[in-house]
Design a protein around this ligand. Structure first.
Ligand code: HEC
Length: 173
């Protein structure tokens, strides 16, 4: 079968279900991360274990910081990457720039949910400014400390194989 050489080469297929060595809390967090019943589910905008859409940043970097630091980065009203794009037509929207290539710019329009991928001619853009309006969803979605702890424990498990888990007390808002 075609996948056998891949398995022999150390390729592990990513399954939607939790793998057997994933701690129970991280597995619960994974369920929340990919919960399509919630329109703000994290995988609408973040990729983990090669699933989801990478609109927002790779969370395995921030996932190495303390649970509290991950929480603060999610709830911060000051964004680092999101920009406000104003077109020459005067239309303005918050955006995540995905790539630039010659005269073209690929971005996600964050005024849409799910964020809408767009390709623009650079000449159509009037200005790119710091974001002042877009807020990260979990804040408005009001997740409980228990759920936040579960999701952050999943991010930590993916980032560095953490099995200690996260106590809800560490991520109380
Ligand atoms: C609508 C899209 C969207 C959804 C849904 C979303 N995020 Fe994000 N997230 C972003 C964007 C965009 C950023 C970058 C913000 C900035 O400019 O600093 C971000 C940033 C983050 C950061 C900080 C990363 C860093 O390196 O600074 C964390 C942590 C995070 N998100 C976790 C989550 C979790 C957990 C969920 C689900 C509960 C979630 N996000 C849902 C779009 C989203």
């Amino acid at each position: 079968m075609f996948w056998l050489p891949l398995l022999l080469a150390g390729f592990t297929p990513v399954l939607p279900a939790a793998s057997s060595d994933m701690p129970v809390q991280a597995a619960r967090g994974k369920g929340i991360f990919f919960d399509t019943a919630n329109k703000n589910h994290c995988s609408t905008c973040h990729e983990m274990e090669k699933q989801g859409t990478a609109v927002g940043p790779d969370l395995t970097k921030v996932g190495r910081l303390s649970p509290r630091a991950v929480l603060i980065s999610m709830l911060s009203t000051r964004t680092v990457y999101v920009k406000e794009v104003e077109l020459k037509t005067k239309e303005k929207f918050p955006a995540m720039i995905a790539s630039e290539n010659g005269n073209e710019i690929k971005l996600y329009d964050l005024s849409k949910m799910p964020p809408a991928p767009m390709t623009l001619e650079k000449s159509a853009i009037y200005a790119v400014r710091d974001n002042g309006t877009w807020k990260h969803p979990p804040e408005s979605a009001g997740m409980s400390a228990e759920k936040l702890a579960d999701v952050i424990s999943y991010i930590r498990w993916v980032a560095f194989g953490d099995t200690k888990g996260v106590s809800p007390d560490e991520v109380k808002q």
